[in-house]
Write a protein that binds this ligand. Sequence first.
Ligand code: NAD
Length: 486
Amino acid sequence: MPTRIDIDGVSVSPDHFIGGERVSSPETFETRCPFDWDRKLADIARGNAETAAHAAAAATAAFPAWAALTAAKRGAYLHRLADLIESNVEKLATVECLDMGMLLESLRLRVILRGAANFRNYADLATQHEERVWSSRGTLNRVIRMPAGPALIITPWNAPFMLSTWKCAPALAAGNTVILKPADWSPLSASVLADLIAEAGFPTGVFNIVQGLGAELGNALTSDPRIKRISFTGSVPTARIIGKAAAENIVPFTAELGGKSPLLVFADADIDAAAKKAAGQFDDSGQVCMAGTRIIVEESVKDTFLAKFHAYTDAHVMGDSRDPATTMSALIHPVHAERVLGFIDRARAAGDTIVRGGKRFKEGANWVEPTLIIPKDNQSEVVQNEVFGPVLTFQTFKDEAEGVALANSTAYGLSGIVYTGSESRANRVGRAVRGGTVWVNTFLVRDLTAPFGGIGISGIGREGGDYALDFHSDLKTLQILDGSVA
Ligand code: NAD
């Protein structure tokens, strides 16, 4: 009989959710609280090749009936799930906060509700779709979206709930069944989601969730020929492995990967707003793929910017993420904290200047102080590689051309942030900065119908809006000879 665990009053299953049922595994892995590492939260079912095959069989069996439903009928399930997410914000926020470490207030007020919005958005978008129809060369052409089959969704440990909903919603709305594999460092909110899926009454096997370690469970899933789409968010090295598996089975694959995005500040900008936004990026301890981690400021306003940046950064409070006074969450795991400190140590050794921070907040804790580094030159490791921690670099430029050149000088291209008071510069520099999304005088505001994805090693493909529905469909062109049918 599967057991359930109490997480601060929320009952959570440690098991997989396959074919509408909870399924355990003989082995487990543990998950702990990032800001209270001595606290073990749960032993989670550690899926293996057998788990992967079970989930693929369930998703395959459920596919024909789910694909045959109208978009409106599928949408009704998604709306029901969104309703349940909205009425369970407190539970989801509590579990996500303890498991991933994200600030409770932000989960309550924004993040969990965004998960509900993801399901609503795709429930509606799929019904609003109009087939493209036109005549040419004596035929009537009609483009039809055909559901593709079971989709595998693989998510990272940062923002696990939001990213899972963002990626699963379009797959389900397009008529695909889903296997979600969350990351093993923050698996719990997905398990709460499984309970809500059951409560929403989804047909069994339509939405499955399996838990496990990356390579062990992941390889078995990505190599299964029954999987017809792979949508991945995570790191570049893992994308390379999954990409090979997708190539082996000729399966379409999207990858939303890391970033090393610029935060470009021009002298004509609101410098206070730019400095506040730059320092605000420490709130999730920098564990945000889109973060503008390379601060690049016009030389003439460097001192003003830095004074304000330091003042805003000084105001950060590290502590229990449930405490409203806390403004900066812990890093997810001691292994990750060591990795972040490794970047700082190597930067120091290579001659970069650590302007502030650079060490643990306190012995044994998972926080690294908010850190600012002036690199020796643009080739420094901290400028060129994603740290995924509270580490920002600081560089200056003399004119727009130099600023844009610095902004575009890494292999990444996920996003960019530009601060300027000039409309013409906003449009010119916004176009010139290499990134799938570029924000001007703002950050993280994202319309769900807009495309999202990376350039260069930041990713392959686009998700969001119709782009994700197209990805999850087999597009068919139906051509009928004019005058041949009555
Ligand atoms: P990761 O690549 O280590 O893991 C991501 C997921 O892949 C996890 O679920 C993991 O278990 C799984 N995985 C690992 N090996 C696998 C394999 N061989 N086969 C199948 N699945 C496997 O990434 P992470 O450390 O969890 O996440 C951090 C990274 O994610 C950062 O680089 C960050 O920038 C990126 N990220 C990108 C976005 C985006 O939208 N572009 C959003 C969030 C995070």
